[in-house]
Design a protein around this ligand. Structure first.
Ligand code: XIL
Length: 331
């Protein structure tokens, strides 16, 4: 493996190359991660339910372990995520009787969560996903219907940014979302982020999750999205990149290994994506894959049960795929 170049080293003049890690990969893939990546994100370990399962109980062990690993290997850390509708325990939105909590109490819980979590890791996180996925995917709806929105109103978003900024003023604060290149959703994300910028909210970046696949989105839509968000004067980060081997309506579960065609098409897609990302190196301040190699991906079993997927540039044995060589060989 000594002949395989380190991915992040090849990109040193472009952007940090990150990966989402979890307790499995932090056990078995340590050397591999430290070789190829210079930024990490917790795939689940820093979400609300992981860090703050009960009102008066914080559980920092797993996140702390990740920070030790990062420190030992000089890796940057992206924080993911403070305020989200998913993987947030029910207690947050309920009072003692199980009824919906008051606006005041929810606000003080949000404040407590953000100040405790962002405070603990203050100075060690270069970018925080402060609010995740607040925009609706439905054509006739702007903000996603969530408990945060229902109880606190639209201001929950700017409040979260203000709190995070107060606690960790050095961290770049991001709004993060998926389907970010879809024209309708793109305009809603733009509208939200612009409204935050216009009212002076401390927001510094837009995270493009980039859960892409062999066929979608098309390059023009990605380019337009990058241009549009960057026009707000913010930095951009690719936060959760994977390139699924299946199109949206492909529900096959019988493939046990990727076919030749899949590997070739995937390499072509990765080649085009990274050409585009390198072109925007002035605004793109990191690119993170949502996993380390094909052995560990949330896309195996999701959204199609029983289906294996191979979305990364390294296979399940940590070996480089054709996609990897495309990322390495550019002019
Ligand atoms: C996913 C994780 O990868 C899974 O392990 C978990 O079961 C569900 O969440 N958008 C996000 C990420 O912002 O936090 C999600 O991560 C993937 C979609």
């Amino acid at each position: 493996t000594t002949t395989i170049p380190s991915l992040h080293s090849v990109y040193k003049d472009y952007f940090p190359i990150g990966a989402a890690v979890n307790s499995f990969t932090l056990r078995s893939e340590k050397e591999f991660i430290a070789k190829h990546f210079n930024s990490i994100t917790a795939e689940n370990e820093m979400k609300f339910e992981s860090l703050h399962p009960k009102e008066n109980e914080f559980t920092f062990e797993k996140a702390d372990e990740m920070f030790s690993f990062a420190d030992e290997n000089h890796l940057k850390v992206r924080g993911h995520t403070l305020i989200w509708h998913n993987q947030t325990p029910n207690w947050v939105f309920e009072d003692e009787k199980g009824d919906s909590v008051s606006k005041e109490r929810l606000l003080s819980r949000m404040e407590n969560h953000i100040s405790t979590v962002a405070g603990r890791y203050k100075g060690r996180i270069y970018s925080w996903d402060v609010v995740n996925e607040a925009i609706s995917d439905h054509d006739d709806e702007y903000l996603r219907k969530s408990k945060w929105l229902e109880i606190l109103g639209e201001d929950f978003i700017s409040k979260a940014f203000e709190l995070a900024n107060k606690v960790d003023p050095e961290a770049a604060l991001f709004y993060n979302d998926y389907n970010e290149s879809n024209p309708e959703k793109r305009e809603k994300i733009y509208r939200l982020v612009k409204s935050l910028v216009d009212k002076g909210t401390p927001i510094h970046g837009v995270g493009l999750q980039a859960h892409w696949n062999l066929y979608q989105p098309n390059l023009d839509d990605i380019r337009t999205a990058i241009e549009r968000y960057a026009s707000l004067g913010l930095q951009l980060q690719i936060t959760e990149l994977d390139v699924s081997a299946f199109g949206w309506d492909d529900k096959r579960t019988d493939l046990k290994e990727p076919t030749r065609e899949i590997l070739e098409l995937q390499a072509e897609r990765y080649d085009q994506f990274f050409d585009l990302l390198r072109e925007y190196r002035e605004v793109i301040t990191s690119v993170t894959f949502w996993g380390v190699n094909d052995k560990y991906t949330w896309l195996s079993d999701f959204p199609v049960k029983g289906r294996v997927n191979w979305p990364f540039v390294f296979d399940k044995n940590q070996e480089p795929k054709e996609s990897f060589w495309k990322l390495i060989n550019f002019k």
